[in-house]
Design a binder for this molecule. Structure first.
Ligand SMILES: *[C@@H]1O[C@H](CO)[C@@H](O)[C@H](O)[C@H]1NC(C)=O
Length: 247
């Protein structure tokens, strides 16, 4: 008797487990990424209705994003809606940013770089200030007088966000002005980079800037999914002192 009862009971339990599992599978997948909660909204080819209007399209770690207005019409989850294919030959999906973590103030971010005959410094600076939300740029110019000309061609507002350090003149290094050897010969690139970073770090501390990023003048800071770099770094746990990005 009791044995049978146990069996019957087990079946109920099994049925309960089965239903619980089934309903769990139907739940919309969500993932929290650097302060933003994403929810899957459509398979490739379907329509995604996304209240925030912030939709990403892709797969794995390859995504492109659109910032439509809030409460805009559903977006077709396909390559033509997003203008490019972030994961060629793979089945993609759409995810909607449903909410941001609360109380996340964007982090304040600066860049430091050593520059020598940069290809297009003006565009480089404007891109980081206006598109990526970088607050200040420290440039250590290396044997490149045209760098200060480029900076002077920026708007006054942008110029105020750039600190330019020129290569010390040979006389400051105790060399005669007729000495035409490049300054590189006297200090290594790495030593100069380290010095520029230390100087920029001190300035950041005074300005209240949270993160200092070191990149080169032929590299661009790029944050996918239409997010500002300060928003991403704000979501990095505060006990971390360094973060590295994938190139
Ligand atoms: C892809 O999306 C566009 C709208 O962005 C739509 O007009 C088109 O029909 C869609 N293509 C397919 C194959 O669903």
């Amino acid at each position: 008797m009791s044995f049978l009862w146990l069996l019957a009971h087990r079946n109920v339990l099994a049925a309960l487990l089965c239903c619980a599992t089934a309903s769990k599978l139907r739940r919309v997948p969500q993932v929290e990424e650097l302060g933003l909660l994403w929810q899957r909204c459509a398979a490739e080819g379907d329509d995604c209705a996304c209240g925030s209007g912030h939709v990403r399209f892709g797969e794995g770690d390859r995504w492109v994003a659109l910032q439509l207005g809030a409460r805009s019409a559903p977006v077709s989850c396909n390559i033509s809606s997003f203008g490019e294919d972030p994961a060629f030959n793979r089945m993609k999906e759409c995810w909607c940013a449903v909410r941001a973590s609360e109380n996340l103030q964007p982090a304040r971010v600066a860049i430091v770089m050593l520059s020598r005959h940069p290809p297009d410094l003006k565009t480089w600076i404007r891109y980081h200030l206006h598109h990526e939300g970088v607050e200040h740029i420290f440039v250590r110019a290396e044997d490149s007088p045209q760098i200060s000309e480029s900076v002077q061609q920026l708007s006054a507002q942008d110029q105020a966000k750039v600190t330019l350090w020129a290569t010390p003149s040979p006389s400051l290094l105790g060399l005669s002005s007729t000495d035409s050897r490049p300054v590189d010969d006297y200090t290594t690139l790495q030593a100069r980079q380290t010095a520029a970073m230390a100087r920029a770090r001190d300035a950041c501390n005074q300005m209240g800037i949270d993160w200092l990023i070191h990149i080169d003048d032929d590299e661009l800071l790029y944050s996918p999914q239409s997010r500002k770099i300060g928003d991403l770094l704000a979501a990095v746990p505060s006990n971390l002192a360094q973060a590295a990005c994938k190139g």
